[in-house]
Ligand binder design. Sequence first.
Ligand SMILES: Nc1nc2c(ncn2[C@@H]2O[C@H](COP(=O)(O)OP(=O)(O)OP(=O)(O)O)[C@@H](O)[C@H]2O)c(=O)[nH]1
Ligand SMILES: [Mg+2]
Length: 443
Amino acid sequence: MHREDTIAALATPLGAGALAVIRLSGPHAVEIAGKIFKGRQSLESAPPGRVLLGKMMHRGKLLDEVLCTVFRAPRSYTGENVVEISGHGGIVAATSLLRALLESGARPADPGEFTQRAFLNGKMDLTRAEAVMDLISARGEASAHAAAAQLEGRLGHAIEKLREETLTALAHLEAFIDFPDEGIDPESGAALRQRLDALQTSIKRLLSTADQGRMLREGVRLVIYGKPNAGKSSLLNLLVGYDRAMVSEIPGTTRDSIEENLTLRGMPFRIVDTAGLRESDDPLEIEGMRRTQRHLEQADVMLRIIDASTWNGETPDPLPHEIIVLNKSDLWCGGAIPEGTTPLCCLDGSGLDALVAAIMKCVRPDSLGRLDESVAINARHQHCLFRAGDFLEEAMRSLERNDAPELTSIELRSALASFGEIVGAVDTEEILGKIFSTFCIGK
Ligand SMILES: Nc1nc2c(ncn2[C@@H]2O[C@H](COP(=O)(O)OP(=O)(O)OP(=O)(O)O)[C@@H](O)[C@H]2O)c(=O)[nH]1
Ligand SMILES: [Mg+2]
């Protein structure tokens, strides 16, 4: 990556719209945009943050009438000189303007390169850079909330605190390295162990948010299963609001799993309707049921659908994260709805609200507290935290064995590096490449 380059990209989606925003960042941003911009005031003389009206002219042709905003390093999103050009939306207008900027000396930005520069210039730590992407791709309000909290630095601060505490423990330990013959006195040893214990507790607390983080980013995996003809596909259709899956009174209608994305109460879901489970020697049906099982193994929430018209009234014990749904409640003639089941009628939708409430309770147990007060880590953070925890455990063992303080200190330094990796304090090209390549261009 060459930061002496000036990069340019369309920051808004390519398509017809009222406005299109093109962004330039780099040492020559103002100069390059200035070559095309013709206004009453030149871009070079524009005060930072002032919006200038002008025409964009290139090779003697008028491209568009635009508004330009100049931001001067380091007071910009990327920490570099930035020019934002708001032109008219539309594929042709936006691309010809971008082409003119590229012909005037800018280079097309790589995916995520603006945010990567912001990170490299110290405008944000890695957790916040990742939150930018999470926010852009959020599929539900809850996901957007969690991303905004991370963008605000909530996770970054939590990790910084862990790093500081590890550093304090390290400093405490290193005091003994200077006096190798004396070893660590029992009182200091106990104090150090207490510090490491507290660190492990904090790691565990953060790790416990990993599932929540995955659900917020990728969607809750909700699997609908049960015997053939129970009304599984009818429920999928009811949830998504249109005839997504075939429904018929013939048992065995659904052969293959059907997946759909949906947002329920601000939370993204991936809903899977499955082939009904029964004895069969039809190879296709057997394969369908094998797929059902595979989805069940990965489910966050399972909806076990029971057909009220054929049910014997014995409520099965629910598995963890399972809701027993008594469908076709309109055909139930066994008196009061049995406890432990959630009644539903797919024909008129009655019972759906209560079912959705039960699903949400499964997804967001009260113990997690309100979402916007918590953090939700991603798989990369989880991996680093696991490693940090392992190093701290090693450090603890080393203390208990009364090893030379140098040895314990090596483990603590490795833990510190693992925490650092989360916020990007120890940057390796490889990690950065992996993270920012998943971004969209223009961010
Ligand atoms: N009376 C009544 N009929 C329902 C209800 N829900 C579904 N049905 C009917 O039950 C039959 C089976 O529905 P499906 O949704 O195809 O059932 P399924 O569980 O997907 O069945 P398979 O795909 O064969 O496993 C259809 O004729 C539906 O119209 C309900 O709440 N009440
Ligand atoms: Mg079906």
